[in-house]
Design a protein around this ligand. Structure first.
Ligand SMILES: Cc1ncc(COP(=O)(O)O)c(C=O)c1O
Length: 447
């Protein structure tokens, strides 16, 4: 048995030698040992550790993606969402590293991903979930079994008792809602928060900008200043959410604005929640800056900081495998697959964005270009134009990447199109098909 301080000495030596073993050994330490170690290391060694963690994650993703390609090309029925637990765990490790370095708490946003088959793994790393209302709060309570923080733009009378039952924290979007339900929740031991508009955001797509002009999301500062003093004794935290798939430089600017507007009230609070939209597990995300921001904030105000990313938990950890059903021609070749942008990956059309297909290039970048389209009646059910080295043929598999987030939670049965199966690639590399949908799922929703 190696003594803990010897283990740490060995890890530091590995960090200094840029050896990836450092990451494996660091991850294997107990929580106390990890946290103690990072408080004792100097900034340059920590920066090296961060770089090694990112490198290690990249390597695991690269090798796992190769394996996944083989799995998806096997004779497994399509369409099917693959959720890869090995990759989710890699993301979890990065999130936990942020917790180790800052003592912040991280909640997973159920709105992005709620496939509870992987919650036993995720709960080992995170502090709980954030929910958007009753059903998510209940799912979090029943399946994640840690903290549940609920925020909705407005709550319904008939759901409030249950929301109180399933939540640890309830965040209100107006003083009217706080007045109506706050004391009732507080009496049941619930912590109360208010969502505020931080006064700054840099989300370019209006649809996804919670701080766009006339936004209903978050109390504006003018209203906050007018009424907050009357509720100060029951409010324990402030929450803002103003980001979408963004880096920590943007968080820094949002936080500057938030502090200018609300700074004088923070010291009397228990926590501040920085919302979601932090793309923490993206390869080029500036982790060190995030860590510095959180540590600085905690030092200044002495409050608990929460983050509630959704995408970051499962970023690049899911895939949608589809098969080409037909190829038709109208000025160009159009491959129709057994999946649909409209029903199975709705953000492709809403955002809009172009999902990556494995082994494809931009239109005309490779020799053979096709429009890839879905099987629904919607004229615009198109994933995009892609090129390939070889001609496509009916029956070929196409694999859309990064499909765990905002896909399964948002998909529909429009046109009666069947929902894709869901398969989990377990950490011992077994594949478990956890859900197969059929006619009854469509019928039950129509009544
Ligand atoms: C209040 C709130 N918290 C957290 C999230 C999660 O954001 P993301 O999945 O982009 O990290 C969202 C997303 O819309 C949100 O509205």
């Amino acid at each position: 048995m190696i003594r803990p301080d010897k283990k740490i000495k060995r890890i530091i030596q590995s960090i200094l030698a840029n050896d990836l073993l450092a990451v494996r050994d660091y991850y294997a330490l107990s929580e106390d040992a990890r946290r103690k170690m990072v408080t004792e290391l100097g900034p340059s060694v920590l920066r090296r550790l961060t770089r090694l963690i990112k490198k290690c994650k990249k390597q695991v993703f690269a090798s796992e993606n190769k394996r996944l390609l083989k799995i998806a090309q096997s004779d497994i029925a399509t369409p099917v969402y693959f959720i890869d637990e090995i990759l989710i765990e890699e993301n979890m490790k990065v999130l936990r590293y942020v917790k180790d370095r800052t003592g912040c708490k991280i909640l997973h946003a159920l709105k992005a991903y709620a496939s509870f088959a992987t919650f036993p793994l995720m709960r080992e790393y995170l502090d709980g979930v954030c929910a958007s209302g009753l059903h998510e709060a209940r799912l979090g309570f029943e399946e994640f079994k840690k903290e549940v923080h609920t925020f909705a733009a407005a709550y319904r009378d008939k759901e409030m008792d249950q929301i109180i039952r399933y939540s640890d924290v309830i965040i209100f979007n107006s003083f009217y809602q706080l007045q109506k339900y706050g004391l009732r929740a507080k009496k049941k031991g619930i912590e109360i928060g208010l969502r505020v508009n931080p006064g700054h955001s840099e989300v370019l797509t209006e649809m996804y900008n919670p701080c766009a002009p006339c936004s209903r999301l978050g109390i504006i500062n003018h209203t906050f200043e007018k009424y907050f003093s009357g509720y100060r004794n029951i409010v324990e935290g402030l929450h803002f959410h103003a980001m979408c798939e963004q880096d920590s430089d943007i968080l820094e600017r949002i936080l500057n604005s938030f502090e200018k507007l609300y700074g004088q009230h923070i010291k009397n609070l228990k926590w501040v929640n920085f919302g979601g939209g932090h793309h923490i597990t993206r390869d080029d995300y500036d982790l060190e800056r995030l860590i510095k921001i959180i540590n600085g904030f905690k030092q200044k105000y002495g409050v608990q900081v929460y983050l509630e990313p959704g995408e970051a938990s499962v970023l690049n950890a899911g895939f949608l495998a589809s098969s080409i059903l037909d190829i038709v021609t109208n000025q160009m070749d159009i491959a129709i697959v057994d999946a649909s942008a409209e029903t199975h990956m709705p953000d492709v059309l809403l955002m809009p964005y172009r999902p990556h297909i494995i082994k494809s290039g931009q239109s005309k970048e490779k020799k053979y270009t096709y429009r890839i389209a879905g099987l629904s009646c919607l004229a615009g059910d198109i994933m995009g134009d892609y090129s390939f080295n070889k001609p496509l043929k009916r029956g070929d598999k196409l694999i859309f990447t990064d499909m765990a987030l905002y896909s399964i939670v948002k998909n529909t049965t429009f046109n009666g199109i069947n929902l894709p199966d869901i398969a989990v690639i377990k950490d011992d590399k077994r594949i478990e098909v956890i859900k197969i949908f059929d006619y009854n799922d469509y019928k039950n929703r129509q009544s």
